[in-house]
Write a protein that binds this ligand. Structure first.
Ligand code: ARG
Length: 283
């Protein structure tokens, strides 16, 4: 529960973050968390919270790469780097946002990936929202758990499998999301390792719950209350799990499975429907 790293992994985790220069919730609401009238963002506080997230990731051994967004004033949600793409090796399968309010982010992310040595791909005719809706887990990260329904179109899944195919034979597991508050898979499912994950089962339909249990991953449930604090939206670096403040129940759950919970304040980003993990993309 402290901000001190308990155990630091030796493998360096590279994480992309986008500076929230023009972050706001003013012009639109595209998920139930957003309310420009009664919940405006304090941008200064948002910047401070983002800096704390970045510093915390670095303190526990993560390597943060920052994409600037001062040239993207029309795209306030660009701070949610998780949605940029799904990355496998050197390939970035870019998002094609469902809502026009976010569609313009793609070209900025594309430019960043290409300037940083990644090959980019991804269709522009089928909705897909990057690592917000596609998380690697399962033995040796051989499964891509893909959220479908609210944002990502199920037809994106076969194309993801084809475009990201690296000969490893990974499998895409389609996961139907049914609760409007949990509109991306990364707010309801959080891999801690390739065989262990936190999840909020109620975000998924019953068939999906059944299927997710059969992919060789031990699923540790959090309650609806804790999921509402974005407890499944954590940045994992080694054994450290960085997330928004939540209950001591979550802290105990995480400690019991050998991980170190680190709580930070993500209040301003939650006003846009995202927390710590949403502000990051593993690259
Ligand atoms: N306001 C953003 C949206 O609705 C929040 C995105 C959160 N990102 C995430 N990976 N869950 O698209």
């Amino acid at each position: 529960m402290s901000r001190v790293a308990a155990k630091v992994s030796t493998a360096v985790k590279k994480i992309l973050m986008v500076r929230p220069t023009h972050f706001e919730v003013v012009r639109y609401a595209i998920n139930p968390w957003m309310d420009p009238v009664s919940k405006p963002v304090n941008r200064e506080l948002a910047m401070a919270q983002w800096n704390t997230l970045r510093e915390t990731i670095e303190e526990v051994g993560g390597e943060v790469h920052v994409m600037e967004s001062s040239n993207a004033p029309d795209w306030p949600d660009i701070v949610f780097a998780a949605n940029a793409a799904t990355v496998r090796g050197n390939k970035a399968y870019l998002a094609n946002f469902l809502h026009p309010e976010r569609r313009g982010e793609r070209e900025f992310y594309k430019a960043w990936f290409e300037a940083n040595g990644f090959e980019t791909c991804g269709r522009t005719d089928i909705a897909f929202e990057g690592a917000g809706d596609a998380l690697w887990c399962g033995k040796n990260y051989s499964r891509l758990f893909a959220g479908v329904g609210p944002r990502t179109d199920i037809r994106a899944l076969p194309d993801l499998a084809k475009q990201l195919d690296d000969g490893s034979g990974f499998k895409v597991v389609g996961c139907k999301l049914i609760d409007p508050r949990f509109y991306h898979i990364d707010v309801a499912f959080c891999p801690l390792s390739d065989e262990l994950a936190l999840w909020f089962p109620g975000a998924f339909d019953p068939v999906t719950q059944h299927n997710m249990k059969n992919e060789g991953v031990e699923l540790v449930p959090v309650t609806a209350e804790d999921a509402g604090f974005f407890s499944c939206n954590a940045v994992v670096v080694g054994k450290n799990v960085i997330m928004n403040h939540t209950t001591t129940r979550v802290a105990k759950t995480i400690e019991k499975i050998g991980y170190n919970p680190i709580f930070i304040d993500m209040s301003e980003f939650i006003k846009a429907g995202g927390s710590s993990k949403c502000c990051t993309l593993q690259i």
